[in-house]
Design a binder for this molecule. Structure first.
Ligand SMILES: Nc1ncnc2c1ncn2[C@@H]1O[C@H](COP(=O)(O)OP(=O)(O)OP(=O)(O)O)[C@@H](O)[C@H]1O
Ligand SMILES: O=P(O)(O)OC[C@@]1(O)O[C@H](CO)[C@@H](O)[C@@H]1O
Length: 304
């Protein structure tokens, strides 16, 4: 079973406006809401791609109820730990540019934390654990690192998608998979990375630490996937970006979905990139038929 952990879920509130004018009353043209948070997005995309998963993490209040109800309507199993405050609301504004305002997490107590750790301790070597998103302020930045060490003892494979200190710390614990974007990789290695070629030596360093898959995305400028054996480059399909929220989560979900079918590394890479782009070119998340269509535009080569 695939388990996704979202420590800090969100109701994503999408607002479309002509232009965002700071310091003025702005009025939206259109709005909608959706359950959000990186692990939850991975579960929702997996479902669209025909795979089941279970969502874990902390949730609370009326916003939490909305997330749970919507996921259950989509036939996704939820096993969140209930906390006392309200799950945050993240505002995603689309004017001439995309602007995001992500909220803070409700407080997570030691008791809540212990409940989630109990769930993680049930996982076994046939399970995959996705740890995705920011770490709430009431938890330690090293939490992903501790959990990677803990569940690896039981043979669990860990897919990690986070940024900043939690990522810098966790690479030393060698998760199975990481998916930094170009900026997150730059922060991780302490050097600005502008091109896939510049990423190559750092991707090699990371795989040498024992990370099986290092997947670096460059938005519409391609992606890099490194393993111990080789480092691949993929072009991204061309199209009009409608919404980049969840594109990276769709890439991760696409890679998981393809890997479950035991296809070649190249095919899994192609499917993952097409999944990310399908979401970027859609109002919501990707659809399988669109992903398959876009795969034809993804060209893979080896970086040397
Ligand atoms: N302009 C674009 N054209 C084509 N595909 C895109 C574009 N932007 C994003 N994508 C797709 O989404 C994937 C992830 O994009 P990106 O590098 O922005 O990651 P991210 O920052 O993790 O995403 P997110 O916006 O979800 O946080 C890319 O590998 C690509 O497949
Ligand atoms: O604040 P975090 O946890 O880093 O990111 C949260 C978030 O921006 O990530 C998802 C898109 O990847 C959204 O659904 C959500 O609002």
């Amino acid at each position: 079973m695939i388990y996704t952990v979202t420590l800090n879920p969100a109701v994503d509130y999408f607002v479309e406006l002509d232009d965002l004018k700071p310091g003025q009353v702005n009025r939206s043209r259109k709005e909608h809401k959706a359950p959000g948070g990186k692990g939850i997005n991975v579960s929702r995309v997996l479902k669209r791609l025909g795979h089941t998963s279970q969502t874990l993490g902390f949730i609370g209040g009326f916003t939490g109820d909305y997330i749970i109800n919507t996921l259950q309507e989509e036939d996704i199993t939820t096993s969140f730990v209930q906390v006392h405050g309200d799950t945050r609301i993240n505002i995603k504004m689309k004017g001439t540019e995309e602007t995001e305002l992500n909220g803070t997490s409700p407080e997570i107590t030691p008791n809540h934390l212990a409940q989630l750790i109990d769930q993680l301790d049930q996982l076994t070597e046939s399970d995959i654990l996705v740890l995705a998103g920011s770490v709430p302020g009431s938890l330690d930045d090293t939490i992903y690192t501790e959990w990677i060490h803990r569940v690896k003892k039981n043979g669990v494979k860990v897919f990690l998608d986070t940024s900043g200190h939690p990522l810098i710390d966790a690479v030393e614990a060698a998760p199975t998979f990481i998916k930094p974007n170009q900026h997150e990789l730059s922060e991780l290695v302490g050097t600005e990375i502008n091109t896939p070629e510049e990423a190559l030596p750092y991707v090699r360093e990371l795989t040498a630490k024992g990370i099986d898959y290092v997947f670096v995305t460059f938005a519409g400028d391609g992606a890099v996937l490194g393993t111990k054996e080789k480092v691949l480059f993929a072009t991204t399909p061309k199209g009009t970006v409608q919404n980049s929220v969840g594109a990276g989560d769709s890439t991760l979900a696409g890679f998981l979905a393809a890997s479950h079918k035991e296809v070649s590394l190249e095919e899994a890479f192609r499917f993952a990139v097409a999944s990310g782009s399908s979401t970027a070119f859609s109002k919501g998340f990707c659809e399988l038929s669109h992903v398959e269509e876009l795969m034809e535009q993804v060209n893979i080569s080896e970086l040397k």
